[in-house]
Ligand binder design. Structure first.
Ligand SMILES: C[S@@+](CC[C@H](N)C(=O)[O-])C[C@H]1O[C@@H](n2cnc3c(N)ncnc32)[C@H](O)[C@@H]1O
Length: 204
């Protein structure tokens, strides 16, 4: 174990929000200033804890609305001695719009977001026409949005909204990133359902 990293792991990895109308002070959230990556709807953080372990030179925030799941991020991250991982319990779009400082993230990861398969519920989908604009404001220059889903209809919507944006270009997902599976992905793949994935990089 890296003792130096273990020493700087706080008692809780969950960020206590003093205010939900002021943006996070990232210098107070992390001890080391490093490029930041954010996973929206991180679930039990199976992906994020492993990816943060593999990338100690980057900081990671998992955003999740369910308490039981974000508590798993905390437990997994502390057990692994991850000084570069934090969790925020809040709604994903709100986090992007109001809490993350502008142009702060090198990458956004959105994996297996709730598909809302019924037509009348599709307005609840996180990746909609407004999302590329939210992502653009959150990303640093050259930042990337990584997407995965099992749902072909939602995948069509994802590729359509990003394909329509002049500000993003489609890129390949790096193999070493694709190799780190999420919890839901492992279950879907085990049932024979393949992962649909896409990545989009900011042009500026
Ligand atoms: C289908 S699960 C996928 C979890 C994880 N990304 C994975 O692939 O294993 C979707 C997760 O997103 C969370 N979630 C759904 N909508 C959300 C929202 N608007 N804001 C924050 N979390 C959300 C759910 O609570 C759930 O944990």
């Amino acid at each position: 174990m890296n003792l130096r990293a273990a020493e700087s792991v706080p008692a809780s990895l969950l960020v206590e929000l003093d205010s939900i109308v002021e943006r996070l002070m990232l210098t107070q959230v992390f001890t080391k200033p490093q490029p930041l990556e954010v996973e929206l709807g991180c679930g039990d953080a199976s992906f994020l804890a492993e990816y943060a372990r593999q990338n100690p030179g980057r900081n990671f925030i998992g955003v999740e609305r369910l308490l039981g799941r974000i508590q798993k991020l905390d437990r997994k991250g502390r057990r692994a001695g991850l000084a570069n991982l934090r969790g925020v319990r809040i709604e994903s779009s709100y986090f992007l719009q109001y809490l993350l400082p502008p142009n702060a993230a090198a990458a956004l990861h959105i994996y297996f977001p709730d598909p809302w398969p019924k037509k009348k519920h599709r307005r609840h989908r996180l990746i909609n026409e407004a999302f590329p604009g939210l992502a653009r404001a959150a990303l640093a220059p050259g930042g990337v949005v990584y997407l995965r889903t099992d749902d072909a209809d939602y995948f069509g919507q994802m590729t359509e909204v990003f394909g329509a944006s002049q500000e993003f270009q489609k890129i390949e997902t790096p193999g070493e990133l694709a190799a780190v599976l999420t919890d839901f992905e492992r279950d879907f793949n085990a049932q024979g359902t393949p992962t649909l994935r896409a990545a989009y990089q900011l042009n500026r």
